[in-house]
Design a protein around this ligand. Structure first.
Ligand SMILES: NC(=O)c1ccc[n+]([C@@H]2O[C@H](COP(=O)([O-])OP(=O)(O)OC[C@H]3O[C@@H](n4cnc5c(N)ncnc54)[C@H](OP(=O)(O)O)[C@@H]3O)[C@@H](O)[C@H]2O)c1
Length: 161
């Protein structure tokens, strides 16, 4: 079965698109005609996925590569600024970047890991969606968030959020 989408003229920013579900999403957007922003902390992986996006883009659209850490607000501001400077807008924001660090309630690093999880999986989503709306408030923005399933914080060796 093959599904066909048409995102010609649209700009799609997918966080955590240097691997996994985010990479697959970015490649599918590129295949469907969108201008795509590939981003993550790992520059090599970001470039590899950007090349794959270019390869599947029927119009040969060049992908924007932005190396950024979603837990750093200044990186997120730069991500949005660079996207708007390059493409003039953002139509689709996919909040996909996320981590899942299994940890037990008795672990000495439990609280630090809890904070790291929340900064990556929740705070970044709120801040990035907020600044996208500020920058492009006059243009319609569709946003999608892939979140981790909420696991019980009290369980042993499970992801906290
Ligand atoms: N796979 C599952 O079964 C599953 C289940 C439930 C929820 N989810 C959620 O779905 C999303 C994608 O899952 P996945 O399996 O594709 O994960 P993955 O393969 O581990 O990919 C995670 C992506 O997030 C990026 N990332 C992580 N921390 C980051 C940070 N601080 N700053 C910027 N980018 C960061 C990584 O890029 P860099 O390493 O380059 O930074 C990577 O591209 C995640 O939010 C995950 O929690 C997945």
């Amino acid at each position: 079965m093959s599904l066909t989408y048409n995102f010609s003229g649209k700009v799609a920013l997918v966080t955590g698109s240097s691997s996994g579900i985010g990479a697959a999403t970015a490649i599918l957007f590129a295949k469907s005609g969108a201008n795509v922003v590939v981003t993550g902390r790992n520059a090599t992986k970001v470039s590899e996925v950007a090349k794959q996006c270019l390869n599947v883009s029927q119009k040969g659209l060049k992908t924007l590569e932005v190396v950024a850490d979603v837990t750093r607000n200044e990186d997120l501001v730069r991500l949005v600024d660079t996207t708007v400077q390059t493409f003039g807008k953002i139509d689709i924001l996919v909040n996909n970047a996320g981590i899942a660090i299994p940890v037990g309630i008795g672990d000495k690093n439990y609280v630090n890991i809890y904070r790291q999880n929340l900064q990556t999986n929740l705070d970044s989503v709120v801040f990035l969606t907020h600044i996208c709306h500020i920058v492009i408030w006059s243009v319609g923005l569709a946003w999608i968030t892939f979140s981790c399933a909420i696991n019980g914080a009290g369980y042993c060796h499970q992801n906290i959020y």
